[in-house]
Design a protein around this ligand. Sequence first.
Ligand SMILES: Nc1ncnc2c1ncn2[C@@H]1O[C@H](COP(=O)(O)OP(=O)(O)OP(=O)(O)O)[C@@H](O)[C@H]1O
Ligand SMILES: [Mg+2]
Length: 270
Amino acid sequence: MVLEIKDLFVSVEDTMILQGVNLTVKGGETHAIMGPNGTGKSTLASICMGHPKYKIESGDILVDGESILDKSVDERSRMGIFLAMQNPTEVPGVTNFDFIKAALQTRMEEGKHLRVGKFILEFETASKDLAMGKGLAHRFLNQGFSGGEKKRNEILQMKLLKPKFAFLDEIDSGLDVDALRIVGENVTELKSPELGLVLITHYQRLLDYIVPDFVHVMINGKIVKTGGLDLIEKIDSQGYEWVRTELGITDFDKRPEPVSLGTCPTKSLK
Ligand SMILES: Nc1ncnc2c1ncn2[C@@H]1O[C@H](COP(=O)(O)OP(=O)(O)OP(=O)(O)O)[C@@H](O)[C@H]1O
Ligand SMILES: [Mg+2]
């Protein structure tokens, strides 16, 4: 089980955001991606899920050796890719319960049906594990949910959908200290050789609960440094300035000149 991101260049509205990202995530591994605001972390997670806003200029994303670039979002989801969004979308008219039920149903072979009784029990157990209010199941998806409730709801979906590769984009933002512990413990319980995990975060506190095997630093649309837990501590206490100095990145906020879009073989997402 392996997800490979190979020399990925991604643009949005003619601005190059990702500038050659390489990352390999195997089953059982947990990777943390850290980096200053606006460096492309969410872009990387979104493009792996197949967000249509972004355009792949060159490079590839492979699952078990097969390119997924021509696969739609729902195909990727059925393949086991999952994204807990930094800003979960509100979907009026669709209840939280129906949303997850439909997502599970579409994963099943044609002609097979979800066992609703079993699903209800699983849903209730997962909600309880995440200390979520009972009413959230029958409210419209994310509508009016507090910031922390939205984040817990993303993990609820993950628990029920049981992905093979999960990107958790700032799942810690907006969580109170108790919720952070609960979310951390729930995600850690999901760790298994059948799950490759990518955590995007700004803070060490999440990584105290969900301990990563690898820590990557992304600056200017590129993973510029990879290390272990010591890297998190250094970033937490010293920020990113030292990475810039060490690697000779001169202008912290300035993205490198965009690569001319004409020079790369263009592959756009369907
Ligand atoms: N439509 C767009 N046009 C131009 N630039 C865009 C567009 N959408 C996103 N961007 C830019 O892409 C860059 C990368 O954004 P992204 O959300 O991936 O950053 P991030 O690393 O996740 O940041 P944060 O830590 O703040 O969440 C940002 O500078 C953002 O402004
Ligand atoms: Mg982001």
